[in-house]
Design a protein around this ligand. Structure first.
Ligand code: AMP
Length: 281
């Protein structure tokens, strides 16, 4: 496994790899969710690259950029054991040197949900992912369904900017109580960790209603709100029942939908989602 901070070294190593190449972009503090992406890339590609970069451009003022966990030694051990071929760990100052002024802005679909709560977040995400695509020139890039809006934004960017690669989306890996794995779960105290399972319970409550025949978006949103309110340590930021492509809120769910929510558990902000399958009529 080659590990480098340097872009030129990365490009040289990349050129020496033959066959199909899969990229897994991460911010490090790796867990089984990330491992599932690397494992899928390993199955589908001849060589696998991983980036570890806590991207300052996607954090707003007052967010957790400084506190974000950076256990680089443990991450590299894990990637070695998963069979990654190439790891890039660039410094922020080399990706965004003084004078940097070029940004990728995906428009409509970055406005609701996470974009509404975190202005500028997806400009940072789209820009860094475009730079990662240019650096690694992957044939496939692997992302988690856990960040559903991010997937929609990257897919849109890949189509709009003609990146010659396939976006592969992997299912959300969860703890036994349903909590989606996230590097941010490390911020939770024991009581908060218990309380955090309410996010998945809220999504599951809405999906159960849907499975029982409910199609009104507002009824599904109300079910999520009610479940979140039942947990005193949780504070809702949004609940949503949206079209999975446009991310616009649905009055009625007729041909599939995306249930998503964001909540604070104490000071930790968590997100999660589930998809509703459309049933052919
Ligand atoms: P991050 O390091 O949080 O930027 O995540 C890197 C990639 O891993 C993103 O594509 C995430 O969607 C994905 N990911 C994070 N958590 C999970 C999870 N629990 N299950 C599956 N994929 C995940």
């Amino acid at each position: 496994m080659r590990v480098t901070e340097d872009l030129e070294e990365l490009r040289e190593s990349r050129r020496s790899l033959r066959g199909s190449f899969g990229l897994v972009p991460t911010m490090g503090a790796l867990h089984e969710g990330h491992a599932s992406l690397v494992g899928r890339a390993r199955e589908e590609c001849d060589a696998v690259g991983v980036s570890i970069f806590v991207n300052p451009a996607q954090f707003g003022p007052g967010e957790d950029l400084g506190a974000y966990p950076r256990p680089i030694g443990r991450d590299l051990e894990m990637l070695e054991s998963l069979g990654a071929d190439l790891v890039w760990t660039p410094a922020a100052a080399s990706l965004y040197p003084p004078g940097y002024q070029t940004w990728v802005t995906v428009e409509e679909i970055t406005r609701p949900l996470e974009g509404g709560c975190r202005p500028g977040h997806f400009r940072g995400v789209a820009t860094v992912v475009a730079k990662l695509f240019n650096a690694f020139t992957p044939d496939r890039a692997y992302f988690g369904q856990k960040d559903a809006q991010q997937v929609a934004v990257i897919r849109r960017m890949v189509r709009d900017l003609d990146f010659p690669l396939e976006v592969v989306v992997c299912p959300t890996v969860r703890e036994p109580d349903g909590l989606a794995l996230s590097s941010r779960n490390a911020y939770l105290g024991a009581e908060e960790r218990r309380a955090a399972a309410v996010l998945h319970r809220a999504l599951a409550a809405a999906r159960a209603l849907y499975d029982a025949g409910e199609r009104a978006g507002e009824a599904l949103r109300a079910a999520m709100r009610e479940e979140l309110r039942s947990e005193p340590l949780a504070r809702e930021e949004y609940v949503s029942v949206a079209d999975p492509e446009t991310l616009l809120e649905l009055d009625r769910v007729e041909s599939g939908g995306l249930l998503s929510l964001a909540a604070r558990i104490g000071r930790t902000r968590l997100i999660d989602n589930l998809t509703l399958e459309g049933r052919g009529r």
